[in-house]
Ligand binder design. Structure first.
Ligand code: CA
Length: 236
């Protein structure tokens, strides 16, 4: 079993600075990203954020567009002006999408619109870190005879390509990053479908069932059902 990445990433996890004035979002991100092995700092103001980004050695900034003092564009502009090329992911509200181009022109690496699923944000963070060549981000995950190529977004079992939907891929990636962890349906819903998902709760079971079929996991040994709780990936 080769899963050094998930273990080592907790030791050498990338340092992330969150500049966000909405405390509920900031705390959600702090908790979630810390769990994912990142080292997280949170500030609520633009000026304070600029100071932090200049003084300390972060690997990535998550920057809210609308802040009480100076906005995200201005922070981006000032950082780049000072020659600071730290990767930046901008958080914007949906109504601010036309500003997207402006944000990217201002030097942001990517942007995520609120409301977002946590998994989507984590995927963007990892992609940006990989693009910037961060050693903390593997380009491949493997467990049992399953391999995910995260850059090409391809999955293999026993060397043979798997045809996965984006949702199945996201589920499998989550499982490979956290072998043996028991995920409740609620956690999977929140992480893959997003906090604002209001559809059928059975959607998780349907996708797990499809994923098992594609993995040839007829006996449900790889993806175990933990009765009354949820699911757990057991590659051993
Ligand atoms: Ca805000």
């Amino acid at each position: 079993m080769r899963l050094e990445h998930s273990q080592s990433s907790s030791k050498i996890g990338a340092r992330i600075l969150i500049i966000e004035d909405e405390s509920t979002i900031a705390e959600l991100l702090r908790t979630g990203l810390t769990y994912e092995g990142f080292r997280v700092s949170v500030v609520s103001g633009g000026e304070e954020g600029l100071e932090c980004a200049d003084k300390e050695d972060f690997d990535l900034v998550i920057l809210d567009l609308m802040l009480p003092d100076i906005d995200g564009f201005e922070i981006c502009r000032r950082l780049r002006l000072r020659g600071n090329d730290i990767p930046i992911i901008m958080l914007t509200a949906r109504r601010e999408i036309p500003d997207r181009i402006k944000g990217l022109n201002m030097g942001a690496d990517d942007y995520v619109t609120k409301p977002f699923s946590f998994e989507e944000l984590v995927a963007r963070i990892r992609a940006v870190l990989r693009r910037r060549g961060s050693a903390a981000e593997p380009t491949q995950l493997s467990a049992a005879d399953i391999t995910l190529d995260l850059e090409a977004h391809e999955a293999y079992k026993g060397g043979k390509p798997l045809e996965l939907t984006p949702t199945e891929f996201a589920l499998l990636e989550l499982f490979l990053r956290h072998p043996r962890r028991v995920f409740t349906r609620e956690t999977l819903l929140n992480r893959i479908w997003g906090l604002d998902y209001e559809g059928d709760r059975n959607v998780v079971d349907v996708h797990i069932s499809n994923l098992r079929r594609k993995l040839g996991d007829r006996e449900r040994r790889l993806i175990r059902t933990i009765y009354g709780i949820g699911y757990s990936f057991r590659p051993d």
